[in-house]
Every structure is written in C-alpha cells, then in structure tokens.
Design a protein around this ligand. Structure first.
Ligand SMILES: Cc1cc2nc3c(=O)[nH]c(=O)nc-3n(C[C@H](O)[C@H](O)[C@H](O)COP(=O)(O)O)c2cc1C
Ligand SMILES: [Fe+2]
Ligand SMILES: [Fe+2]
Length: 394
C-alpha cells in the first residue's frame, strides 16, 4: 500500500500484513498492519518501523515521499519486534549515527534486541523536542504494554502516536475510523481483551492523566489498524469502559469434549442460563481460538468452564484456556464448572480450583454427570444453568 498523507506533512508509511492469521497466538482473521509514520518538517522524523520482513517495503514507502537518507532521527515508541524489527535495516540505510529517541526502558530493551549500538537518545517523561514548526512531547506509558512503551504527542496538531494502545489487528486500504465505521470496534475490543486487559488499572490512571494535562487529542495514530481521526474520544472512552470491568449480564460457557457428553451438558446449561434472560454462548474450545474466547469473556459476568475427566485431569485445551485467561487477572467475575466423567471425575474440582486461583467468585461447587447424560441429567444441567443465570442477575 502506498503512503497516505494523513495530516499535512504527516504520512502513514507503514505496511499491511494481509496474510497473517496468527499473531503470537492471537488469531488475526483480518490480517494486521504495522503502522509507521513519517513527519516532514524542517527536520524529518520516522516514528517506529515495521516487522523485519517488511523493512524494504517501509523504505520504499518512505522513498516515495522523501529520500530516506534525509531522515534526521527515528523515534521508537515500543521495542517489540513488530515495530522495531526493521530498525537495523532502516538505520543501515539512513545512516547508523542518526539519533534514535526512545524511553529509558526503550534504550535498555532495544540494546537487548540489537547487537549494534545505535545512537540512542533516551528521553524523560514529558521531555519535548522540536522539528521546526512542530513540537513533540514524549509520554512514558510503562507496561502499556511493555516496560519501554511510550507515546509521542504532536502538540502543534494534536496528533497522538500511541504505539500499540488503541490499535486493532486489521489490514485494509480503509485506514480511518470514519471509513470503516463501527465495524472496527470488535477488532479494537479483541485487541484490548488480549493485549491490554491485564493493565486496566494503568489505563484508568493514564486516562485521568490525559484529562489533567488537558491534552487536546485530535487524532490517534496507533501502530496497528486504523487511525482515529473523526472521533478519537470514542476509543478512549471504550478503553475506560473496558478497563473498569463492570461486566454485562452475560455468561460464557466454554468447554471441550471427547464423546460429546460434556457438549450435551454445555448446551443444556446454556439453555438454563438463557431462560433467565442472561446472554450466553456455549463455546467449544477446540473449534475456537483462545483469543476469541478471551474477547467474549471481556464483558461477561459468568465464566463457566466444562471438561470431561481424562487421565484424572482436565482436557488439555481447557488447561490452555485457563492458563491464558489467568494471565489477564480478570476482575468482578463469578464462575463454576461442569463435566462428564467415567470413574474418578477430577475435572470439575480442578477447574474450580483454577477459577478460584484467578480470583473468580465460585457460585457453585459444580456439576458432574457420569458418562452419557440421560433425560434427568439434562434437566439437572438446565437447573444448574438457571441457578447461574440468577446469580448473574444478582
Ligand atoms: C482417554 C480417556 C481417559 C479417561 N480418563 C478418565 C479418568 O481418569 N477419570 C474419569 O473419571 N474418567 C475418565 N475417562 C472417561 C470420560 O471422562 C468419560 O467417558 C466421559 O463421559 C467423557 O465425556 P465427553 O463425552 O464429554 O468427552 C476417560 C476417557 C478417555 C477416552
Ligand atoms: Fe507490542
Ligand atoms: Fe504491536
């Protein structure tokens, strides 16, 4: 994709990764993009690079605007390799002595990624830099989502270069919020649920800080997906809402099964939940991606997990999901477990303990059915579901 001038003298020179479907274990059904931005002022600045394999495409994009050798310095908002992988190639091309502005942690982390010693210029939180007509301020955003993460804010134009924050894995020629419309929100939500949820308390603090500083944000340029130019407040407000974790009247019933008994249970449990007016979806874990399930969990009050017992344990895909979800430290959830078993039936207890360990309030000891559920057992599952639904309704 050719560069796009997104504001006067500001060019999107990043690349579209149309084909990626698995981004470090996150399913990216719409591909992704690695956005980099070129600012042409008295000084010429590149903000972030792209994945290593796309570095030549980035240089070609820059070349169609200016000779890359004319770049005066690079700003690295984030060390992760989807944005820094191309740095060595870019520096080699534009001149290895050119300054690379980054946070102090960025300096440390970039030094752990590249053997070459670039001309790093670590900046303080709030430090400013001028490119001539434009004035930029650097804002440290530690752990959003890496220790090195920072924002670069163009004070003159109100453009926030926000690194991974406010991004979405979405490849497309339509690179603005007003072009894609509300259809972008599920992608933004998935990104938040899978990359940022763990840092929700920091996001709330950051939102307060932005208000206190009175930053006039007119455009948000993240490092993935579309640019928020029409309504930047829409994504900031969504981040605040998601970070508060006040779940909706919704339950996720995630399960796996070998011979479909636990599936029968999952569907009957869901029927019972639905009867109480609570939104619910039975999700077969092996047919879904963990990042999809995590997105469903973002605003669900109830986390209901089902597994058959296999070799005195839970099914491996259930363990995968529980491990993944635990990492995000979700707040304000209730939950329980269910599953079919043959003789020893440990799965329900193991899940319950796992949910408890991640701070989920256990509303029931769980439901076990031996082998194939009969009519009575199915009725028991529906009752169990109703009880869950009532707990969600409070
Ligand atoms: C490979 C294998 C190992 C099993 N291990 C156990 C076990 O350790 N304890 C137990 O209670 N049941 C065990 N079972 C029995 C299943 O839990 C039982 O068949 C159950 O109904 C399967 O539920 P599903 O149809 O949802 O897969 C095992 C079944 C299989 C196929
Ligand atoms: Fe990142
Ligand atoms: Fe990223």
């Amino acid at each position: 994709m050719k560069p796009v001038e997104i504001a006067k003298g500001v060019y999107h020179v990043g690349v579209q990764d149309w084909n990626i479907r698995d981004f470090h274990g996150y399913s990216t059904e719409r591909g992704s993009s690695y956005n980099a931005y070129l600012i042409v002022d008295d000084k010429i600045v590149l903000i972030d690079t792209v994945k290593k394999d796309f570095a030549d495409q980035l240089l070609a994009n820059i070349s169609s605007v200016v000779d890359p050798k004319k770049i005066d310095f690079v700003i690295s908002n984030h060390t992760e390799m989807d944005h820094s992988g191309g740095l060595a190639r870019v520096m080699h091309y534009i001149g290895e002595d050119k300054p690379v502005f980054c946070s102090k942690m960025g300096h440390k982390n970039l030094s752990s990624h590249f053997t070459q010693k670039f001309n790093y210029r670590p900046v303080e939180n709030g430090e400013e830099i001028s490119t001539g007509k434009r004035q930029f301020v650097f804002l440290e955003t530690r752990m959003l989502h890496w220790p090195d993460s920072m924002f670069t804010f163009d004070k003159s134009e109100g453009i926030l270069f926000s690194s991974d924050a406010f991004g979405q894995h979405y490849a497309g020629y339509e690179i603005f919020d007003d072009v894609v419309g509300h259809a972008i929100m599920p992608h933004a939500k998935k990104y938040f649920a899978n990359i940022l949820l763990l840092y929700a308390p920091r996001i709330l603090k950051l939102a307060d800080q932005i208000t206190e500083m009175g930053l006039d944000i007119r455009m948000i340029c993240p490092d993935h997906g579309i640019i928020w130019r029409k309504e930047p407040s829409k994504i900031i407000d969504a981040y605040v809402t998601w970070s508060r974790q006040i779940p909706e009247k919704k339950a996720v019933v995630a399960y796996d099964t070998m011979w479909k008994s636990t599936r029968t249970m999952a569907e009957a449990v869901s029927d019972g939940i639905a009867e109480t007016g609570v939104a619910v979806k039975p999700i077969h874990i092996r047919s879904s991606d963990r990042s999809e399930i995590m997105t469903e969990l973002l605003d669900a009050k109830a986390v209901i997990i089902g597994s058959p017992t296999i070799n005195n344990n839970i099914f491996p895909t259930v363990a995968d999901l529980l491990t993944y979800v635990k990492g995000f430290k979700p707040k304000n959830r209730i939950g329980t477990a269910f599953g079919s078993y043959g003789w020893s039936g440990e799965a329900v207890k193991i899940i319950r303990q796992e949910l408890e360990a991640m701070g989920v309030e256990i509303i029931d000891q769980g439901l076990r059915i031996q082998y194939v559920p009969d009519v009575d057992a199915v009725a028991q599952c529906v009752d169990f579901g109703r009880k869950i639904g009532e707990a969600v309704n409070g």
